[in-house]
Design a protein around this ligand. Structure first.
Ligand SMILES: [Zn+2]
Length: 79
């Protein structure tokens, strides 16, 4: 089953797991922005239209997002 990612609006999100006993929840994951969520979370997390716009991600800009903190360079080897 596919789903729309609440964070980046990608249609590539997929169901990753379903509650084993009663199907009470499902877990979804987005391969574009790596957001994951449960179906049992509030609409503000699961519904793309209600997801806080401050935390939305534009997939076109993912490559430009800096890595924080940056990984420092290797120290010179002491001998
Ligand atoms: Zn996403």
């Amino acid at each position: 089953m596919s789903a729309i990612c609440p964070r980046c609006d990608s249609a590539k999100a997929r169901r990753l797991a379903t509650a084993p006993v009663d199907g009470a929840w499902e877990i979804f994951g987005c391969p574009v922005c790596f957001f994951t969520w449960r179906s049992s979370e509030p609409d503000s997390i699961t519904d793309p239209k209600r997801y806080d716009p401050r935390f939305k991600i534009d997939p076109q800009r993912i490559d430009a997002i800096p890595i924080v903190p940056p990984v420092p360079g290797k120290r010179p080897q002491s001998s």
